[in-house]
Design a protein around this ligand. Structure first.
Ligand SMILES: [Mn+2]
Length: 287
């Protein structure tokens, strides 16, 4: 049986959406590659593509279908972030908001797992996928004290939208995306972009799961370290690819990320580090 019909027949497949543009190509390779590598079931990757070279797309496909992996599929959906350009931008683009398009883009799906691209997957996504629950609009991890209090939420009640099992049927029925956009129009200074809106609109309607599914790095005397209990490592502002020797040096978690990147792209760690340095230097000059 060919691969298309396998997927079409609706066999057990996990649908995962990630969003990226060319600048986020490398993070996407690591996020998708590490998710695929640890997955015990078939994953259908839906990439919300904000503009990406064919070469970068090939790197993603190769990473996902690395030898020894379960057979996965990858689709790139070319999307336009223009309709969100009026909202507060992140890194000069509106890609973060494109997850609000998922209920319309995946109109035949009931659930999708949205994953940020600034993460590394360490555990089997099938275990998180099993947490879907039709009583809730989303399945998420509570965010830390800092962001909760900044947004004037109680700790434990505010969630991080970076890893989010999304109940698409409910989102469509209850117009969640439209409500988020309406809220964002009224709150142009929202601290955390669409995450701020999602927390208001979905308040009391989300299920919380084990924090390991969305773990941030922890400060330590040696820079930053990966916490012990971690299924998905979320780099957030500590991204390894904006690479500075001055800030935290070349610590273990950064090297880890470059090792994965080089393995998935079949390049070298040193080559990728040098390329990242040059890219960052160019961006700094341009600014
Ligand atoms: Mn993130």
């Amino acid at each position: 049986m060919d691969r298309q019909s396998d997927f079409a027949e609706g066999r057990k497949v996990i649908t995962v959406a990630l969003a990226a543009n060319e600048r986020y190509g490398n993070p996407l390779v690591v996020a998708a590659g590490s998710l695929a590598e640890n997955a015990s079931e078939r994953v259908r990757f839906v990439i919300l593509d904000g503009g990406m070279s064919a070469r970068t797309q090939d790197f993603v496909r190769n990473a996902v279908n690395a030898k020894g992996n379960v057979r996965h599929s990858v689709d790139f959906l070319r999307i336009n972030d223009e309709e969100f350009r009026g909202f507060r931008l992140m890194d000069g683009n509106a890609m973060t908001y494109t997850r609000l398009l998922l209920p319309a883009l995946l109109k035949d799906d009931e659930w999708v797992l949205y994953s940020d691209a600034d993460v590394m997957w360490k555990k089997d996504v099938a275990k998180l996928w099993a947490e879907r629950d039709d009583k809730y609009s989303a399945v998420v991890v509570a965010d830390g004290e800092k962001s909760a209090t900044l947004e004037e939420f109680k700790v434990g009640e505010y969630f991080c939208a970076g890893i989010m099992l999304t109940n698409l049927r409910v989102w469509r029925d209850e117009n969640v995306s439209a409500d988020c956009c309406a809220w964002l129009k009224d709150h142009p200074d929202a601290a955390f972009w669409d995450q701020s809106a999602l927390n208001r609109v979905l308040k009391g309607k989300v299920k919380y799961v084990d924090g390991g599914w969305n773990t941030f790095l922890e400060p330590s005397p040696h820079g930053y370290v990966e916490p012990e209990h971690c299924h998905v490592l979320h780099y957030a502002a500590m991204d390894p690819w904006t690479f500075g020797f001055r800030r935290n040096g070349l610590c273990a978690y950064k090297l880890d990320w470059f090792r994965k990147l080089a393995r998935y792209k079949r390049t070298t760690v040193l080559g990728e580090i040098v390329a990242a340095k040059i890219r960052n230097w160019r961006e700094r000059v341009r600014r």
